[in-house]
Design a protein around this ligand. Structure first.
Ligand code: FAD
Ligand code: SF4
Length: 488
């Protein structure tokens, strides 16, 4: 156990973000010098708050089954080499989850029953950032090659996790990515202020040194047929994400100035890194309205702030969630509470319980306002509240209402894989699709989800592919597609 009296001596403490007035003028991460370094002075006593519970509920909360009490103890004992070894045992990319995960482990931490939970996510990012700085993260190329080949379609966290596991197991792995750079949503969805791309690039360098091959600018199903992929490779992993955005087909939808978040964020990410962007949609000087109250919406908010929007309003049809755990969502479940991201600290108004009835345009066909109405939920359906209609000025509207599944034309249709009732690629308990030798991991099979799930599924699918190719496996399989940890 870490410090037996740690949770009695120390309260929960996290890293301080940079002042708002400083950070809104750049695209760097919101923590000074990187979060791992910012945490170093406080992280040992924070890890020492862990009680090394007989039943560590934090494990059940984490789709990866991270060995949390073990690395809390090692950090408290100043054994950083031991800590990164235990952390990497279950998670290929803790620098991504340590920055970006909503940390369901923390909402299921036993200490959270009557105190603030252990800062598990902060301990995680401290371990991996320190490991990189101390040269403890090195390539692990396989000792022998199996002679078997695997194609991974899509280079988001699911594809990367599957590729790293299978490369290390000795298979020859090629990752195909239609974008010009590797990383999926880590590259072009998630803004620099949440995770600087240098963390992704450093990990990709490790993967290349281990032997994983990346082919960018190749859309499988168009530039390379599904048939030739199956002919050329012994197994295929589909990890192409959930990329079809939900739309709001209401009056005025055809007006100029209405964009999907994923038409806005990738351009903004490119521009932030100084890459050329043609016809960039910019929020500069505009009244921006973001429809959708989740992560994607918050990323549009932080991006619009940095681009110099005149005003920003984020709309959410659901009522405002409570500030603390509601009675119906007791520990250790993941509660739906009011969340304040770094972007919310910086700017913008949030309006809950509101629906958009129409987009109103000017004589040039550009959006000038939204016609809003307040709603209340009755029998699970939103009902308009009479007399609450009003206009909200907007010259830029961003849709951030989630995604409905993988794209069907192209690869999915030509492979003729079966889909589940939600339109995702169907798979059995071994991540196998209906087409022999073709496996599915991440958002393409699960639907829009989280990075931690994508990594967990990529790892588990790799174990299934290894078994398919060799008859057995020593790769760990953290979770089955149908299994759900306690909290998510
Ligand atoms: C804006 C935004 C912010 C988010 N923020 C967070 C966050 O803070 N924390 C969190 O946990 N989760 C977050 N998420 C969710 C998280 O990013 C996803 O759950 C995760 O990236 C899914 O990983 P994946 O590997 O399944 O797919 P993706 O990351 O979507 O990667 C799929 C890749 O496949 C490629 N591809 C698709 N079709 C083909 C083809 N035919 N040929 C070749 N390549 C193809 C795509 O170009 C893409 O690069 C966010 C999502 C969005 C949209
Ligand atoms: S539940 Fe919390 S206190 Fe218990 S072992 Fe996990 S991190 Fe430590």
């Amino acid at each position: 156990m870490a410090d037996p009296r740690g949770f009695l001596k120390h309260g929960r403490e996290g890293a301080e973000r940079r002042p708002v007035e400083e950070r809104v003028h750049d695209w760097n991460e919101v923590y000074p010098d990187g979060v791992g370094r910012a945490l170093l002075p406080i992280i040992s006593p924070q890890a020492g708050r862990c009680m090394d519970c007989g039943i560590p509920f934090c494990h059940q909360g984490c789709p990866l089954g991270n060995l949390i009490p073990e690395w809390n103890d090692l950090v408290w004992r100043d054994d950083w080499a031991g800590a990164i070894e235990r952390l990497h045992a279950t998670n290929n990319f803790p620098e991504f989850t340590g920055r970006l995960c909503p940390a369901p482990c923390e909402t299921s931490c036993v200490l959270g029953i009557n105190q603030d939970p252990v800062t598990i996510k902060n301990v995680e990012v401290s371990i991996i950032d320190r490991a990189w700085e101390s040269n403890l993260v090195r390539p692990q190329p396989p000792e022998w090659l199996s002679g078997r080949t695997v194609a991974v379609v899509g280079s988001g966290p699911a594809g990367l996790a599957a590729a790293q596991q299978l490369t290390r197991a000795g298979h020859t792995v090629v990752v195909f990515e239609r974008a010009d750079q590797v990383g999926g949503l880590l590259r072009y969805g998630i803004p620099e202020f949440k995770m600087e791309k240098k963390h992704l690039d450093r990990r990709l360098d490790q993967m290349r040194r281990e032997g994983t091959v990346f082919r960018t600018g190749v859309e499988v199903g168009r530039d390379l047929t599904a048939e030739s992929l199956r002919d050329r490779f012994d197994a295929v992993v589909l990890a192409m994400g959930s990329t079809v955005p939900r739309d709001l087909q209401t009056e005025g939808r055809e007006l100029d100035g209405l964009h999907q978040a994923m038409d806005f964020l990738p351009q903004a990410n490119r521009a932030a890194l100084g890459h050329p962007v043609l016809d960039q949609v910019s929020a500069e000087g505009l009244d921006v309205v973001i429809i959708g109250g989740g992560d994607t919406g918050a990323d549009c908010l932080g991006t619009s702030t940095r681009q110099g929007a005149a005003s920003i309003t984020q709309l959410e049809i659901m009522p405002e969630p409570p500030g603390s755990r509601p009675a119906g969502q007791p520990w250790p479940t993941y509660p739906m509470t009011f969340k304040v991201s770094s972007a919310h600290e910086e700017a913008g108004d949030r309006v809950f319980g509101v629906n958009t009835k129409a987009f109103l345009g000017d004589e040039d066909g550009r959006v000038r306002a939204l016609l809003l109405v307040d709603v209340e939920f009755k029998d699970g359906r939103p009902q308009e509240i009479e007399g609450t209609e009003r206009e909200l000025p907007a010259q830029l509207v961003l849709f951030a209402m989630g995604f409905t599944g993988p794209e069907k034309p192209g690869l999915v249709e030509s492979l003729e894989v079966e889909l589940d009732e939600r339109g995702n690629v169907a798979r059995d308990d071994t991540y196998a699709s209906s087409v022999p030798g073709v496996f599915v991991a991440g958002d393409a099979g699960r639907g829009q989800s989280l990075i931690v799930w994508a990594i967990a599924e990529g790892r588990a699918a790799a174990a299934a592919v290894d078994t398919h190719l060799t008859g057995s496996t020593t790769l760990p399989a953290p979770i089955k597609p149908t299994e759900r940890p306690l909290t998510v």
